[in-house]
Design a protein around this ligand. Structure first.
Ligand code: ADP
Length: 260
């Protein structure tokens, strides 16, 4: 799909990186970072690609925890930061550069400057694909990333809840405005299956992301249930596609990776 898309796109900005895709959500807390991490690992492991993961969520970086990474990046001879690698994915996050519990109280220009350093100032090497965990919302940072990085495409993550879908639509429309192809929509926290009796509960509603995808002429890429294992594996820093590779959840993530 990206090969097809690339025909339209201007080509990514970072030397040596073939494609850059954004994982975006509009609303925060819907599972954007969880999706970005599992997708990146699935692209590396299942699709055997050279993958990078950029945590552009400056105010709430989650990648260090979710990928079990810490420490400060080393600097290369040409003064670029060397990404830190785990689970076969090269990662860069503002979380590597600030103290763990320090609040990031930056105004716009500082955010922009940090983003610039974390993209152009990183020795990514040759990558097939760089996955960008976007900040939530449709502000300055999101627009700058979309335009300056010359994204090959964007994935939209939403829960089935109306309040999340409204923001997901806004996000999708932002990408359309700046002519970034939308690769599709992933519904997260689709359904909760009772671990005791197996009965499904649609805590955030049912089918909302699929309907929104249809209405906005976007591809629906799949649904991920609300499951304790997804949360615990994220907290432990071993994404579920690695910790429980044979489950239907991991299959769903791998299917998304294959479609991308
Ligand atoms: P966002 O990046 O959109 O802010 P996160 O990926 O950080 O969202 O997810 C928010 C919280 O929800 C995290 O604690 C994460 O572990 C949890 N979470 C995300 N997706 C699921 C899921 N499908 N099942 C269970 N917990 C999830």
């Amino acid at each position: 799909r990206l090969g097809f898309v690339r025909g339209f796109a201007r080509g990514p900005l970072i030397e040596g990186v073939k494609d850059i895709i954004a994982v975006a959500s509009g609303k925060g807390g819907v599972g954007k970072s969880t999706t970005a991490v599992n997708l990146a690992v699935a692209l590396a492991k299942t699709c055997q690609l050279k993958v990078g993961l950029l945590d552009a969520d400056i105010y709430g970086p989650s990648i260090p925890t979710m990928m079990k990474l810490s420490g400060k990046p080393e600097v290369s001879e040409d003064m670029k930061m060397i990404p830190i690698e785990n689970h076969g994915v090269k990662c860069m996050s503002i979380g590597f550069l600030v103290e763990k519990d320090a609040p990031i109280v930056w105004r716009g220009p500082m955010v922009m400057s940090a983003l610039q350093k974390m993209t152009g100032g990183v020795a990514w090497g040759n990558l097939d694909i760089l996955v960008v965990d976007m900040p939530p919302g449709t502000g300055d940072a999101q627009l700058t990333i979309s335009q300056k990085l010359q994204l090959s495409g964007a994935l939209i993550v939403s829960t089935p809840q109306d309040i999340a879908l409204i923001d997901a639509r806004r996000g999708a429309n932002m990408f359309r405005k700046v002519e970034v192809p939308i690769l599709g929509v992933i519904e997260n926290m689709s359904c909760f299956k009772c671990p005791h009796c197996g009965e499904p509960s649609y805590i955030f509603g049912s089918g909302g992301a699929r309907r929104t995808a249809d209405e906005m002429d976007m591809e629906f890429l799949g649904e991920i249930p609300l499951e304790i294992g997804i949360r615990t594996s994220s907290d432990e820093g071993i994404p579920i596609v690695l910790s429980e590779p044979d489950t239907s959840v991991s299959k769903a993530y791998n299917d998304v990776a294959k479609k991308v």
